[in-house]
Ligand binder design. Structure first.
Ligand code: PLP
Length: 460
C-alpha cells in the first residue's frame, strides 16, 4: 500500500515508533535506555510476530482480552472490505445494513433485551449508560435516582466519567477531580474475605444493599458491575451473589448495568458472562470481543422498557437521548461483528471455550500444587487468573516486581501472558490468561509450561 512502503528495513519502523509514537499505558523512559518498543507486525491464529521476527504465542488475545476469534481472519477482512466499498459511513442518526442485521442477531442472543446503541469503545458504551441514567433521573424521578454505584476492583473505562467509577485506584489517580454521584461498593472476591460467613456470595451482595440504604434508595439510579472482574484480578463471583444482587436492585428500583466489555461475546463460554447466572440486566455494554479488534465497535444494549423512557414527549422537546458518537455510524464495526459472530457459531467456539477453560483451570491447579507462591487459581471459560502470594497462610501479595518478572520471563520464552498491573495498590499480583477462543490443549500446555519455568526461576 502506498505510504506503508517508505521503510527499507523493519528496524526503521522501530525507530520511527521510538521517535513518534506515544504508547498506551507505557512508561517511555525504558525506550530511551536500550529497550526497543514492541512493534507487532503480523498475526495468525494464536500467534503474533514482532518487528524482530520473533514468534509469540498470545495467551492474552491482543493484550487486553480482545482478539476472541484469533488473528488473520480473512472472512472478517473481506466482510469489512466489501462493506466499506459499498457504503462506509453515514452518521448514526441513519441506519445501515450491517448495523441493522447485527443488532437483530445480537438481540436474538440476549432474551429480554431489545435495543442496541452503537459507539466505538468500552468507555464510550459505559458513558452512554451513565448519561441515560442521569437523563432518566431528570425526566422520570424529579432529579432523584441520579447516583451510580460501582464496585471496588472493577474497571469501566478511561474517560473522566468512567474513571469516576474506577474501582482500581491506580487507574484513576491524578486525573481528578471527578464528577459527583458515583459511589463505591465492596468487591466480592472470596479468596480475600471481608466477612467471615458461610454464605459469602449473599453477604457480599448485602454489602451493596448497605451502601444503598446509607445513600438513600431514592438517590440511587443504577449499579454497574463486571460479570467476572477482569483487570481487577479475574474475580469470579461466589455462589448466590448475582441472584441476590438482582433481588436487591429490584427491591429498590435500581437499574442493573452489566459491563461485558471483556466477558461479552464468548470469553466465558456463554455469549455473555451474565448468562451463567440467570439474571436479567437493564443495560449490557460490550466492546472488545464484539469484532475481535478487526474494527472499532461497542454496543450499549438495553430493554424496551428503558428505551420507552426516551420516546418522544410532546411536552418536552429535550426528552430523547441527545447523544451522538460520530464513528458509531461507521459500518466497518457491525460488518466485522457479524462475521465474528458467524465464526463463533460455525466453529463451535463457545463449546471450545468451556472445554479449554476447564482444561486450563485444571492445569493451573497442577501448577498451584507445585508452586507454593500460587495462592489461588480461578476463572470462567478462557478467562483465568493465578494469584501469587508471598505466604499462603497470610495471603500477603507477592512482590509486584517478581510478578512482572514472571510475565517478562514468559515473554522471553515466546509466550505472552498478562498480570494485574498498576491498577490496585498493593494487589497487582494476579497473572492473567485469556487466550483466543480457538485455543487447543497444545496451546494451553505451552502456556502452562512457560509459566511453570518462569515461576520456578523467578521464585527460586
Ligand atoms: N470495561 C471493562 C471491564 C474493561 O476491561 C475496559 C477496558 O479494559 C473498559 C470497560 C474500557 O474499554 P475501552 O478501553 O474500549 O474504552
Amino acid at each position: 500500500m502506498e505510504g506503508l512502503d517508505r521503510f527499507n528495513d523493519i528496524s526503521q519502523v522501530v525507530e520511527a515508533d521510538r521517535a513518534h509514537v506515544w504508547h498506551h499505558l507505557s512508561q517511555h523512559k525504558q525506550y530511551e535506555t536500550g529497550v526497543d518498543p514492541r512493534v507487532i507486525v503480523e498475526g495468525k491464529g494464536m500467534k503474533v510476530w514482532d518487528a524482530k521476527g520473533k514468534e509469540h504465542l498470545d495467551a492474552v488475545s491482543g493484550g487486553v482480552w480482545t482478539v476472541n476469534v484469533g488473528y488473520g481472519r480473512e472472512s472478517i477482512a473481506n466482510a469489512v472490505r466489501d462493506q466499506l466499498i459499498k457504503m462506509n459511513y453515514f452518521a448514526g442518526a441513519a441506519g445501515s445494513i450491517p448495523g441493522s442485521i447485527f443488532a437483530q442477531r445480537l438481540i436474538e442472543k440476549m432474551p429480554g433485551m431489545s435495543r442496541v446503541y452503537y459507539s466505538n469503545s468500552g468507555s464510550e458504551a459505559n458513558e452512554k449508560v451513565y448519561k441515560m441514567v442521569r437523563q432518566i433521573a431528570h425526566k422520570h424521578h424529579g432529579g432523584k435516582k441520579w447516583k451510580i454505584l460501582y464496585r471496588d476492583r472493577d474497571y469501566h473505562g478511561t474517560t473522566i466519567g468512567t474513571l469516576a467509577t474506577s474501582g482500581q485506584d491506580q487507574r484513576a489517580m491524578q486525573y481528578g477531580p471527578y464528577p459527583d454521584g458515583f459511589v463505591r461498593v465492596p468487591h466480592c472476591l472470596e479468596y480475600r474475605k471481608q466477612w467471615d460467613v458461610e454464605n459469602y456470595g449473599e453477604r457480599a451482595a448485602e454489602a451493596i444493599e448497605e451502601v444503598i440504604l446509607r445513600e438513600g434508595p431514592d438517590t440511587v439510579g443504577c449499579l454497574v458491575l463486571e460479570p467476572v472482574t477482569a483487570g481487577g484480578g479475574v474475580i469470579v463471583p461466589p455462589k448466590g451473589y448475582w441472584e441476590k444482587v438482582q433481588e436487591i436492585c429490584r427491591k429498590y428500583d435500581i437499574l442493573l448495568h452489566i459491563d461485558e466489555v471483556v466477558c461479552g461475546v464468548g470469553r466465558t463460554g456463554t455469549w455473555f458472562g451474565y448468562q451463567h447466572y440467570g439474571i436479567q440486566p437493564d443495560f449490557v455494554t460490550m466492546a472488545k470481543g464484539v469484532a475481535s479488534g478487526y474494527a472499532a465497535i461497542s454496543c450499549t444494549v438495553t430493554t424496551e422498557k428503558v428505551f420507552a423512557l426516551f420516546k418522544d414527549d410532546p411536552t418536552d422537546t429535550m426528552s430523547y437521548f441527545r447523544d451522538i458518537s460520530t464513528f458509531g455510524g461507521c459500518t466497518a464495526g457491525p460488518a466485522a461483528a457479524l462475521e465474528n459472530m458467524n465464526i463463533i457459531e460455525r466453529e463451535g467456539l463457545l463449546e471450545n471455550t468451556i472445554r479449554m477453560g476447564d482444561y486450563c483451570l485444571g492445569r493451573l491447579g497442577e501448577l498451584m500444587e507445585k508452586h507454593k507462591v500460587i495462592g489461588d487459581v480461578r476463572g470462567k471459560g478462557l478467562f483465568l487468573g493465578a494469584e501469587l502470594v508471598a505466604d499462603r497462610a497470610t495471603k500477603e501479595p507477592a512482590d509486584e516486581k517478581k510478578v512482572q518478572a514472571v510475565v517478562a520471563d514468559c515473554m522471553a520464552q515466546g509466550v505472552i501472558i498478562g498480570a494485574t498491573n498498576r491498577s490496585l495498590p498493593g494487589l497487582n499480583n494476579t497473572l492473567c490468561l485469556s487466550p483466543a477462543l480457538i485455543a487447543t490443549s497444545d496451546d494451553i500446555d505451552q502456556i502452562i509450561e512457560a509459566m511453570d519455568g518462569a515461576i520456578g526461576r523467578v521464585f527460586a
